[in-house]
Structure formats: structure tokens, C-alpha cells
Design a protein around this ligand. Structure first.
Ligand code: ADP
Length: 445
């Protein structure tokens, strides 16, 4: 195992990694911006290094400063957390070139999976069902029109380098295609520095179902079951649960197998997530995320596997230590993402938290870096807490989530707690009459 790990991140994910390291007896180094000098990850790590001013590009994305911090503190490995540099192949390569271990997939795997077109090609090669279309980059509006005709309207124009739902345009009719192509290309260029886009069929009212995988880097991979992340706003997940309440046991086994097959086929190393859309009893691969996900705790609750510990062990060369048959599933888990945001307009709500009372009791886990008196800076993501509950089945987990959400008190910044309380009591959510655009319809209804 490593002696010392530097965590190239902030927020609750930095705490999550520090906690796993502590339990393994590994020392930790936090990095932080000047805006985060008092942050919880800085307080809980054994050492900390300031890597720059508030703007992420100057601090949490400042590769030179992060490598220097690892060098001067003598960290033998770097965990990228999620977001920031977690899926930056160049960063992973530089980490390794400087003699530190990158806790994650290989740079080549990150590079390949970061391109949704190449990821779809790999999925197809591993016999996964994919969303029709999108196997090549589209150079111009004419090629887009041809690809859209082949896939069949409505279509989505998506950024090859996309993430966070950005650079995605839905097109209902050929007349709107050329303009949507231009918008998608410029959005992709602005957001990712890469304007490549592709066209794929828009699946009608799908659910989002993803599978957690762990690969040993040598062609063996296991899956830890699926998560259902259908409650989304603008392609951003808000509530995630495991297992999916709509799959049959046969479908569950099939999608798990498909995901593990893809990971094994590319010799995937570490933790990853294979994402599918599900509609009309069919699965359609959309992408694979080469990192830890925000929603990993629901899988930890139902499997008892510590996913961050697994990442550390795999990176340290201790192997997977798990076979598929070892993994057992128990009960039902649900996560609600608590954001500091305006409840009506969904704009970020930075400020000082003057009251923070998280829920507790049986089957309740709160992953959060904030505390009473903490400042939520305006520069980063608005996620301030993840509330995850576990119960013997879905009704028990829902009752627990309702009770825990009612106990949760956060004052000083606006949050989406009230929205969560409404969603989980809605008839559609309880009865599973939802799809990825359900929330947007329900909010205006
Ligand atoms: P990102 O990487 O930007 O998050 P994804 O490809 O993972 O983009 O898709 C995010 C969400 O967008 C999905 O969960 C789903 O709600 C929607 N989506 C993506 N592709 C399609 C599609 N072909 N048809 C319908 N919805 C889609």
C-alpha cells in the first residue's frame, strides 16, 4: 500500500478519499486554493499545500503546482477525485512521468473513453448494444444531415468530448439541423476545447441506468450492480438509487454482464461506470466514465464494497481481491444531491452556512464537507452534501429518505432540500412513472 497520497480535489470527494486512506493507514496531502484555506479537506488531511488563487484553472486545474505539491511532500500517489483533472489523460500521464502513481485508469484508457465516439466503437466491438448512430465525427452540416437521416429523427448532436450535459442539442426536424450543428460545435469548442460532434438517435423518454465496474487492468472485471439515475434536470443527475426499481432479475444480470464485458475487453484498470439508456426493454450504451462517480455511495450501501478502498488497492498493485461471485446485493439505497442553489431559478447560492444540522440514525449516510460557519465559495460546483439512505427494500428506503430530508436543516444559503422533499413524495416518483425528462415536465406542471 502507499505511504502517502495527495488528493487533487476539494469538497466531499476529497474527504471521501482522505477517509479511505485513514482507514488503510495511508497519510494524506490536501491541495487547496486560497478560497479553501479553511475547508474541511484541508483540516482533515495530514498535510496541505496551497496551489493557487480561487479560480479552478489557477488552482485545482494547475497541473504544475499540483505535481510540485506531490514532489515536495513526497506523496507516492495522486488520487484525482472526480471532476477537475479526474478524466484528463495528459494529467494522468504527467503524474506517472514524475514518478507518482495515478490512482485511476491508464492515460490511454482515459483518452479513449473521454472520446464518446471511440467509446461507442469499443462498446460495439465488445458486443454491447449502442444508441444508433454516432460512430464517427461529423465534419459539417451536410454530413450531419446524412447521419441524422440514417439514425432517424429526433436526433441528438453531442460533443465527442462532452460531459455534464454540455454541447448537446436535440433536433426534431431536418430544418433545424444546420443551426443545431453550429451551436453544438461552438459550445463543444468553448467548453472542451474540441469542437468534434456526432449525431445519434434520441431515445424516446429513456431511463438512465449505469453499472459500477472494477477492473484489475489485466482483463478481469467485476460489476457491482446498477444505479438508476433517471431523475435529472438538464441532463444532470439529482437522485440516484440502487437497484433500479424497474429491471427484472434477468435484465439486471444482463446489463451487469455487458458492463463487465466492456471493462474486461479494454483491460480497464480501477473503478469506472458504464452508462446506458433503457427504454422499451432495451439497453443502449451511451458512454463510460473513467473515474469515481458522485453517486458511488448507493452502490457501497447495497454491496458493502468500499469503492475508494478498491481504487487504492488496485492502484497499489494489490489486485482486485474480488470475484463476481463474492458480490452480494442487500436492500435498497437512494441518494439525494443537496445543492446550494436558488430553489426557483437553480442558480448557485454561495455564502456562509450559519446553521447546519445533518440527519442521522439507522441507514443514513451524509457525505459533506460543509459545517456551521463554512463558506460556500462561488467558484466551484454547488454540491454541498449527499444524503444517502439504505433500507430493506424501496418503500423502507423511501420512508427513511423522507424522514432524513425532514431532519436536515441548512440555513444561510438556499438549497434544493424542499425540492427533494416534494419529488420523493410525488406519485410519479413513488410509482416509477418517470424518465430522464420527467422532472422538467413535472416542474412546470
Ligand atoms: P454527459 O457526458 O454530458 O453527461 P451523456 O452522454 O452521459 O452526457 O448523457 C447524459 C444524459 O443525456 C443521459 O443520462 C440522458 O438523460 C441524456 N441522453 C444522452 N444521450 C441520449 C440519447 N441518445 N437519447 C436520449 N437522451 C439522451
Amino acid at each position: 500500500m502507499f505511504q502517502k497520497v495527495l488528493i487533487a480535489n476539494r469538497g466531499d470527494v476529497a474527504l471521501r478519499v482522505i477517509r479511505a486512506c485513514r482507514e488503510l493507514g495511508v497519510r494524506t496531502v490536501a491541495i487547496h486554493s486560497t478560497a479553501d484555506a479553511e475547508a474541511m479537506h484541508v483540516r482533515l488531511a495530514d498535510e496541505s499545500v496551497c496551489v493557487g488563487p480561487p479560480a479552478a484553472k489557477d488552482s485545482y486545474l494547475n497541473i504544475a503546482a499540483i505535481i510540485t505539491a506531490a514532489d515536495i511532500t513526497g506523496a507516492d500517489a495522486i488520487h484525482p477525485g472526480l471532476g477537475f483533472l479526474a478524466e484528463n489523460a495528459r494529467f494522468a500521464q504527467i503524474v506517472e512521468d514524475h514518478g507518482h502513481t495515478f490512482i485511476g485508469p491508464t492515460p490511454a484508457q482515459i483518452d479513449m473513453l473521454g472520446d464518446k465516439i471511440r467509446a461507442k466503437q469499443a462498446a460495439l466491438a465488445a458486443n454491447l448494444p449502442i444508441v444508433p448512430g454516432g460512430l464517427e465525427p461529423i465534419p459539417n452540416a451536410e454530413a450531419a444531415a446524412k447521419a441524422a437521416r440514417a439514425a432517424g429523427y429526433p436526433v441528438l448532436i453531442k460533443a465527442a468530448a462532452g460531459g455534464g450535459g454540455r454541447g448537446m442539442q436535440r433536433v426534431e426536424h431536418p430544418d433545424a439541423l444546420s443551426r443545431a450543428f453550429d451551436i453544438a460545435t461552438s459550445e463543444a469548442e468553448a467548453a472542451f476545447g474540441d469542437g468534434s460532434v456526432f449525431v445519434e438517435k434520441a431515445i424516446d423518454r429513456p431511463r438512465h441506468i449505469e453499472v459500477q465496474v472494477l477492473g484489475d487492468g489485466e482483463g478481469y472485471a467485476v460489476h457491482l450492480g446498477e444505479r438508476d439515475c433517471t431523475v435529472q434536470r438538464r441532463f444532470q443527475k439529482l437522485i440516484e438509487e440502487a437497484p433500479s426499481p424497474v429491471l427484472t432479475p434477468a435484465e439486471r444480470a444482463r446489463v451487469g454482464r455487458l458492463a463487465a464485458d466492456l471493462a474486461a475487453s479494454i483491460n480497464y484498470r480501477g473503478a469506472g461506470t458504464v452508462e446506458f439508456l433503457y427504454a422499451g426493454g432495451q439497453f443502449y450504451f451511451i458512454e463510460m466514465n473513467a473515474r469515481l462517480q458522485v453517486e458511488h455511495p448507493v452502490t457501497e450501501f447495497v454491496t458493502g464494497v468500499d469503492i475508494v478502498e478498491a481504487q487504492l488497492r488496485i492502484a497499489a498493485g494489490a489486485g482486485l481481491g474480488l470475484r463476481q461471485d463474492d458480490i452480494e446485493f442487500r436492500g435498497h439505497a437512494i441518494e439525494a444531491r443537496i445543492n446550494a442553489e436558488d430553489p426557483e431559478r437553480f442558480t448557485p447560492s454561495p455564502g456562509v452556512i450559519n446553521l447546519f444540522h445533518p440527519p442521522g440514525g439507522p441507514g443514513v449516510r451524509v457525505d459533506s464537507h460543509v459545517f456551521q460557519g463554512a463558506r460556500v465559495p462561488p467558484y466551484y460546483d454547488s454540491l454541498i452534501a449527499k444524503l444517502i439512505v439504505h433500507g430493506k427494500d424501496r418503500p423502507a428506503a423511501l420512508a427513511r429518505l423522507a424522514r432524513a430530508l425532514d431532519e436536515f436543516v441548512i440555513e444561510g444559503v438556499s438549497t434544493n432540500l424542499a425540492l427533494h422533499r416534494r419529488i420523493i413524495r410525488s406519485d410519479d416518483f413513488i410509482a416509477n412513472r418517470i424518465d430522464v425528462v420527467w422532472l422538467e415536465r413535472w416542474l412546470v406542471a
